[in-house]
Design a protein around this ligand. Structure first.
Ligand SMILES: Nc1ncnc2c1ncn2[C@@H]1O[C@H](COP(=O)(O)OP(=O)(O)OP(=O)(O)O)[C@@H](O)[C@H]1O
Length: 270
């Protein structure tokens, strides 16, 4: 990872383009392992409720997977397990074929960056927030790199030295995206990332995510209540209901979904 960071930073210093922002991940070669593999994941709450039931899911490198489903079906819990915000049992979640519980939490969280519904920034400037993750790894970001990260999140570089106080939610979410990208993630986990945003801010975030996916091969797993968003972004859609994946299909197949819960969900969303 360190080598990649340096390679990207060197190139970033020479070139205006955000295309140097993250290493390009080779998704053309069929590698042995999927990017993410979830195998028989179960979760019980402290009260004994079965929140995730034997969930298995394969996400290929460079894929964008949308997770939809009724409230309380376990979508956030599933997403949070992938970067160990909730600790999955050993041997249930693999990234590049490696059990994530065998790696350090810090490295898992850097590789699998997460955005939440509501951005939480700490007080200070936009740049302070963007620099924070790399500083934990002893890395100091250049001004140019910070500007490139802001551009990648569809935010004007002039925001770098503004205080985060006074930012709109949409701007703050883009800062949160830049902060996540600063860790050079391979996977982006997005938990309803635009549900608090207006349509323009939503478009900014969606365009950034699509651009990063198309140009960098970034793998994306996102939770959304918007079927329109799923249609705009996802290569594959998973429907989660009562803690189980009940159907996996492409966005164009949504209208012909077989499972009654999927059909109900789509009907209710129209
Ligand atoms: N830490 C926890 N302790 C106990 N129960 C929990 C915990 N986290 C989640 N749950 C329960 O697990 C179930 C799934 O929650 P989760 O937030 O994953 O669902 P969701 O599909 O993301 O819902 P929403 O669409 O409303 O965000 C819910 O019944 C929730 O109350």
């Amino acid at each position: 990872e360190t080598d990649l960071v340096h390679c990207v930073m060197d190139k970033g210093d020479e070139n205006e383009s955000i295309d140097y922002l993250l290493p390009i991940q080779d998704t053309s070669v069929k590698v042995q392992h999927p990017k993410i593999s979830i195998e028989g994941l179960d979760r019980f709450s402290d009260e004994g409720d079965h929140i995730l039931k034997n969930v298995s899911l394969r996400v290929e490198a460079g894929q964008i997977v949308g997770i939809i489903g009724p409230s309380g079906s376990g979508k956030s819990t599933l997403l949070r397990a992938i970067n160990r915000l909730w600790e999955p049992p050993a041997g249930t979640i693999f990234v590049d074929g490696e059990d994530i519980t065998k790696q350090s939490v810090v490295s898992v969280r850097r590789r699998c960056g997460m955005l939440f519904q509501t951005p939480t920034l700490f007080e200070g400037t936009v740049a302070d927030n963007v620099k924070y993750g790399p500083s934990l790894a002893g890395e100091k970001l250049t001004d140019k790199r910070i500007e490139d990260l802001l551009k990648a999140a569809d935010l004007d570089p002039s925001f770098a030295y503004k205080s985060v106080i006074g930012l709109s939610v949409g701007q703050a979410q883009r800062v949160a995206l830049a902060r996540t990208l600063a860790n050079v993630p391979e996977i982006l986990l997005l938990d309803e990332p635009t549900s608090a945003l207006d349509p323009i801010s939503t478009k900014h975030i969606e365009e950034s995510v699509l651009h990063l996916n198309r140009t960098r091969g970034l793998t994306v797993v996102f939770v959304s209540h918007s079927l329109d968003q799923v249609r705009r972004l996802a290569d594959v859609v998973c429907l989660l209901a009562n803690g189980q994946i009940v159907e996996v299909l492409t966005p164009s197949e949504l209208d012909n979904a077989q499972h009654p819960l999927v059909r109900d969900y789509i009907a209710a969303s129209m």
